[in-house]
Design a protein around this ligand. Structure first.
Ligand code: ATP
Ligand code: MG
Ligand code: FE
Length: 342
């Protein structure tokens, strides 16, 4: 049997067909970078409209490519209903409900943040649970004690910007295209991470698993413009300064993420760390997490690079619910905000 998973929480329209054994029969992602690029950020209204255009072609594509016959071969339709942009979530949920009615299938509601961490389960036979789950993405930077697929406890997270958001905003300051995380990390590879002294907010505070990235972002801005109000967009920056600033910022952000992951492992006593979300594709982060977990003798699972940013394959988490017959009624609503814990 198979599940058809739908993902429209932000600005990627994605669908996938995944077998009970977690094999991917088909997967497609339509990104909207060209829609939002000139605004240097996702415009919610435009995102919702772009989902409307793309959702049916994407669904057709994965159903055709998978070779399944939906009424016969699908166990359920799964869709991310939280957290995300309201207009974007509504498009995916409405499509999922329509298919449930048309094909007489049960509906499975997925939490997108949990799905990001579940990407670590793909291609692995043994369960990833229990573990410390860490989602580092464009909208979230959250630590969880994951007891089981259906039991998550929020441990701490950013109190302001998500780490991916900080990457994207710093990328804009140094003149990189949107979304800037990947571009910034490429530029950083040519720079000196010790060139600029940047703050690592809350890193040394062992009493909290909360993090903060907005002060770091502002500190980068001050390196560019001083504390005055000068517009950084008017600055002529040398290649050396840009790459050094990118490298220094990246190291500071990664230090904060790795430091809190280590503290979460120590506080919970858990022996496995699972990391997902767009920023988990960052090479320096992957490297520094490996060094830290090796030192602690803890198992490290990071989502495969192609499953870090938004996709529907991580919707395989739906199988954990299908196995429990944990279905949702067809009148369920979206939950744009994050439900943090139990
Ligand atoms: P959320 O999952 O919290 O709702 P989102 O879905 O928008 O947010 P993702 O698609 O998981 O976020 O990740 C996108 C983020 O990942 C962007 O901020 C992007 O800049 C960042 N990112 C992608 N690749 C890299 C990289 N190599 N290094 C750093 N950041 C990266
Ligand atoms: Mg995106
Ligand atoms: Fe995401």
């Amino acid at each position: 049997m198979n599940v058809l998973a739908i993902e429209t929480t932000c600005d990627e329209t994605a669908a996938a067909v995944i077998t009970r054994e977690r094999h991917v029969l088909a997967s497609a992602v339509a990104s909207q970078e060209e829609v939002h690029e000139r605004f240097q950020g996702v415009v919610p209204e435009l995102a919702a409209r772009a989902h409307l255009e793309r959702i049916v072609p994407i669904l057709r594509k994965v159903v055709t490519e998978s070779g399944i016959q939906p009424t016969r071969d699908l166990a359920a339709i799964a869709v991310a209903t939280e957290p995300g942009l309201p207009g974007s979530l509504l498009v995916g949920l409405a499509a999922a409900k329509a298919l449930c009615v048309a094909w007489d299938k049960p509906l499975v509601a997925i939490n997108h943040v949990q799905a990001h961490i579940y990407a670590c389960q793909l291609g692995r036979a043994e369960s990833i649970f229990p573990c410390v789950g860490f989602v580092v993405s464009g909208g979230h930077t959250n630590l969880y004690h994951c007891h089981a697929a259906n039991r998550w406890k929020y441990l701490g997270g950013t109190i302001d910007d998500a780490v991916g958001e900080a990457f994207d905003k710093v990328a804009v300051m140094i003149g990189l295209p949107y979304p800037g995380g990947l571009h910034l990390s490429r530029l950083a590879a040519e720079g000196d991470a010790t060139a600029f002294a940047l703050p690592r907010p809350l890193l040394k505070d062992r009493s909290t698993l909360n993090m903060s990235f907005s002060g770091l972002k502002t500190a980068v801005r001050y390196k560019l413009t001083g504390t005055g109000k000068q517009d950084f967009r008017a600055l002529e920056l040398s290649e050396e300064l840009r790459s050094n600033l990118a490298a220094s910022f990246q190291q500071a952000a990664v230090d904060c993420v790795v430091g809190k992951a280590e503290l979460a492992l120590k506080q919970t006593g858990l022996r496995r760390l699972c990391v997902g979300g767009g920023v988990a594709a960052n090479d320096l982060l992957r490297q520094d997490l490996a060094t830290m977990t090796e030192r602690l003798g803890v198992e490290l699972l990071i989502a495969p690079k192609d499953l870090c940013t938004d996709n529907a394959v991580m919707g395989a988490i739906a199988w954990e619910k299908i196995d429990q017959q944990d279905y949702s009624p067809l009148d369920i609503d979206i939950h744009p905000g994050l439900l943090r814990g139990e």
